[in-house]
Design a protein around this ligand. Structure first.
Ligand code: F0G
Length: 363
């Protein structure tokens, strides 16, 4: 019976707009453009504890969304409102995931998507998504910040809807991830850790937690922890970074649009925004996959890299409840896998040769 109920509730999940309608700026006549995003798993870490990370740690795996990242939560609302307003095209600058989501939701809505991406600096899977969904892909000979500046100027001149996170509906949709965490846990965690790029998501989560608190759904608020890559850490450094660099291309951003709001989330919650190195990010990326069975993209692992750092520093105490959002799926960026793994063994098509290797593996 329980199993059947569980299955039925999954089948009936209608996407974040219908599930959280009372908290969102939609009216009865708003056309809902959805791929049934949201309802992503909150997975308890079990093996990391055995490895010495003594926390009540959960991963909110938003890589399990339809296009493989948290952007779907914002894009369902941004596209629904764009269609409601009669828009025939949407545009964005992107490090990859926003463009993948914009392309998919525009396809569903039956309107055009134009995406500007930094040439050579987006993960292969994300580029593939933008192309297969039929968006117009423009590779800019520059970085994300430059692409965003161009896009902001273009929407002043042309009748196109901007769907970067400066579109207010994006963050409204994204705040539903905080609602889900509370619904899944039954309470708000003590800490919530996130990667920070353009700084929209940490802003959205903090808003979501505050709204759930004001509505009486939770009795406490989490401390917000944001992590930037060391080579792209403008908020930590206190000034824009002209040439941001990191292996975590999704957060290769030097001048975040929601800078002030992210700092407000940090300060109001009594939290921290810190930097982690690329090697700390890659270490966390491998660790999540090899110990907990979750394959996330490098930028997503920034949240765990930061948590490990703050645990080692003694800031996070044993037994504290921590949720790390894993923002995107690992399959988006297959190339990075080969930086942290060994080449597969080659072996003759001969059982004896295979057995020799097998015996080595089994010990
Ligand atoms: N993680 C992933 C996988 C991302 O794609 C992004 C942002 C972030 C974290 C950071 O979130 O910008 O709200 O602070 N990606 C954007 C994009 C910039 O274009 O796809 P943020």
């Amino acid at each position: 019976m329980a199993a059947k109920e569980h299955m039925a509730s999954n089948v009936l999940w209608r996407g974040i707009i219908e599930e959280y309608r009372q908290f969102l700026p939609v009216a009865g006549e708003t056309p809902v453009v959805t791929l049934q995003e949201g309802n992503t798993p909150l997975i308890k870490a079990v093996n990391l504890k055995k490895k010495g990370l003594d926390l009540e740690l959960y991963f909110k795996f938003d890589g399990a969304n339809p296009t493989g990242s948290f952007k779907d939560r914002g894009m369902t609302l941004a596209l629904s409102k764009a269609v409601e307003a009669g828009s025939k095209a949407v545009i964005c600058a992107s490090t990859g995931n926003t463009s993948a989501a914009a392309a998919a939701y525009a396809a569903k809505a039956g309107i055009k998507a134009i995406v500007l991406i930094p040439q050579g600096k987006i993960a292969l899977g994300k580029l593939a998504q933008a192309l297969i969904h039929g968006s117009y892909v423009l590779q800019i000979e520059g970085n994300f910040d430059e692409a965003l500046t161009i896009v902001k100027l273009l929407v002043e001149k042309y009748k196109i809807t901007l769907v970067n996170s400066i579109n207010p509906f994006r963050l409204e949709g994204q705040k539903t991830a905080a609602f889900e965490v509370c619904d899944q846990l039954g309470f708000a965690p003590k800490y919530h850790a996130l990667p920070v790029g353009n700084a929209g998501n940490i802003t959205a989560y903090w808003r979501g937690y505050k709204e759930y608190h004001a509505n009486g759904n939770i009795s406490s608020l989490p401390v917000m922890l944001g992590f930037q890559a060391a080579g792209a850490a403008p908020i930590v450094k206190g000034h824009p970074i002209e040439r941001p660099e990191t292996i975590a291309t999704a957060i290769r951003i030097g001048n975040p649009a929601s800078w002030k709001a992210a700092v407000a989330a940090r300060d109001e919650s009594g939290g921290r925004i810190e930097a982690v190195t690329d090697s700390e990010i890659l270490n966390a990326y491998s660790l999540i996959a090899s110990t907990e069975g979750i394959f996330c993209e490098p930028a997503s692992a920034t949240s765990l890299a930061g948590v490990i750092k703050l645990y080692k520093e003694g800031y996070l105490k044993s037994g504290a409840s921590v949720v790390c959002t894993l923002t995107g799926h690992g399959l988006k960026d297959p190339d990075t896998v080969f930086r942290v793994t060994n080449e597969p063994a080659k072996v003759q098509a001969d059982i004896t040769a295979v057995e020799r290797i097998l015996e080595g593996i089994l010990g």
